[in-house]
Write a protein that binds this ligand. Structure first.
Ligand code: HEM
Length: 179
């Protein structure tokens, strides 16, 4: 996972719980003197270990923690990659372009990023079906990112997950009602 994702977790933990907790988490789970550089890659297990400790500290489940993190991550990425996000003028427009536009820009900007496969299609004017597929199985984070995207466009959304790879399905499906 790229350093940019870790830096977002760092910002969220420091903002909500303070620097001492972040330093404690680093000490517990990372090699000494760890500093995250956005464009560099770090082990996925390190992110999972940090997020697991955060979930225990906040008394939240892992899915709840990853959802909250994903929601925050959208605004973090939107700030860092303003020109990419500003290409889109609506929630629907952005969601339909995650794979073909946004993550393909990310492929150009970062060296060998690990990205999911996302297939979004319109069911009707208020409904989008989004299929998420990734060996990293971060569907809860994906759901949070969709909430974050809705907040960005001041839209209200209702998201139902109808299949999940954590429950034996081959991929994760979200039915998103918006507007
Ligand atoms: C990684 C989904 C928007 C840049 C990821 C991951 C997910 C995801 C779930 C984690 C990796 C995985 O699951 O395999 C989404 C969704 C989005 C969205 C659902 C919109 C609602 C964006 C935007 C940007 C972005 C707006 C920046 C312009 C990245 C980057 C990574 C990433 C840099 C990390 C790649 C790595 O660690 O190697 N995305 N994303 N994404 N995404 Fe997106």
């Amino acid at each position: 996972m790229k350093g940019v994702i870790f830096r977002c977790l760092e910002e969220l933990v420091i903002e909500t719980k303070g620097m001492d907790l972040w330093e404690e988490l680093l000490e517990q789970h990372c090699p000494s003197d760890r500093v995250y550089i956005s464009a560099q890659s770090y082990p996925d297990e390190e992110l999972v270990a940090l997020a697991t400790s955060v979930s225990k500290t906040l008394n939240l489940s892992m899915p709840e923690t990853l959802k909250a993190f994903g929601t925050y991550l959208f605004s973090f990425l939107a700030k860092k990659h303003t020109s990419i996000v500003n290409e889109f003028h609506s929630f629907e427009d952005l969601i339909l372009s995650i794979d073909k536009v946004i993550h393909s820009e990310v492929q150009k900007l970062y060296d060998e990023p690990n990205l999911p496969v996302i297939d979004a299609s319109v069911l009707d004017s208020e409904t989008i079906k989004l299929i998420y597929n990734s060996p990293r199985q971060l569907c809860f984070c994906a759901e949070g990112l969709i909430y974050g995207c809705a907040q960005h466009f001041n839209e209200s959304v209702d998201i139902q997950q109808t299949t999940c790879s954590h429950h034996g399905d081959s991929m994760c499906t979200f039915i998103i009602k918006h507007g």
